[in-house]
Design a protein around this ligand. Structure first.
Ligand code: IPE
Ligand code: IPE
Ligand code: MG
Length: 250
């Protein structure tokens, strides 16, 4: 009884349409609890699944999870391998139920460079969840914001070079034009970025899309990010006054 009324209270708030998470602190959480880093990643994957479920429950339409950055290859091979094994396990075991709940599973980043099993699993799930549109869960995998902007530039350059876009068009357009060359142009920019673990940086995440996002940094490590924390964050977001350079809320 209490459960549903709490959810109803949250749903009454002004919620983000798109929330993006930098899921950080798995390793430190593990250390603090006398565990291995891999245990932290396993715990973190469970939290990711719960957070997506909560997004769906409150009616958020897009949830992007920073899962593996272009810089995370610098980590020891065993850790990288464990991360992709965990990813495959979660995608395979949880996606049927997610699809049933209307979750479309999408990816941003160079997934073709992932280990073959992870790449194939990602591609299959993207395809089999294509018809879902209650919530878009976007996993940023082998993703870097600078890489995405560079890729966008190259796509645009190719089209100018082969005559699909007239060079003069570029002078008439504004910076919004670049959006259509980014990885997922149909996805609206995040309204809210949440980073756990106390770090206050973007670490190369969605550099273009976060231009006007609200940002909330919490000290909680990702494996401890639960419903209470999430609802606190949503409640804080709902009180923010977004002006987009103007003088009052649009
Ligand atoms: C986030 O936790 C998970 C990934 C980057 C894949 P970390 O592994 O970065 O945890 P810390 O920052 O070392 O505590
Ligand atoms: C950002 O976390 C990447 C992901 C959460 C996937 P990192 O832990 O890699 O970031 P830095 O190295 O602390 O900036
Ligand atoms: Mg980290």
């Amino acid at each position: 009884m209490k459960k549903s009324s709490e959810l109803d209270e949250i749903k009454k708030l002004h919620l983000p349409r798109h929330v993006a998470f930098i899921m950080d602190g798995n390793g430190r959480w593990a250390k603090q609890n006398g565990l291995e880093r891999s245990d932290g990643h396993a715990a973190g994957a469970e939290v990711a699944e719960k957070v997506v479920r909560l997004c769906n429950d409150v009616g958020i339409k897009y949830c992007t999870l920073y899962t593996f950055s272009t810089e995370n290859w610098k980590r020891p091979t065993e850790e990288v391998e464990f991360l992709f094994q965990t990813l495959v396990y979660y995608l395979e075991s949880k996606s049927p139920e997610m699809i049933e709940r209307g979750v479309r599973i999408r990816f941003t980043g160079h997934i073709e460079s992932l280990p073959e099993k992870a790449f194939n699993t990602a591609q299959n799930i993207e395809k089999s969840s294509e018809h879902c549109d209650k919530l878009h869960m976007i996993l940023a995998l082998n993703y870097g914001g600078r890489q995405e902007i560079w890729d966008a530039f190259l796509r645009m350059y190719e089209q100018v070079k082969n005559g699909e876009i007239k060079e003069s068009v570029l002078h008439d357009e504004n910076s919004e034009f670049l959006r259509s060359f980014l990885n997922l142009p149909d996805v609206p920019d995040p309204d809210l970025l949440v980073r756990t673990s106390g770090e206050k940086r973007l670490s190369n995440f969605l550099l273009w899309q976060l231009a006007y996002s609200e940002m909330i940094f919490t000290n909680v490590h990702w494996p401890d990010f639960d419903k209470v924390e999430f609802f606190k964050v949503l409640s804080e977001y709902s009180k923010r006054n977004r002006r987009f350079g103007g003088l009052k809320m649009p």
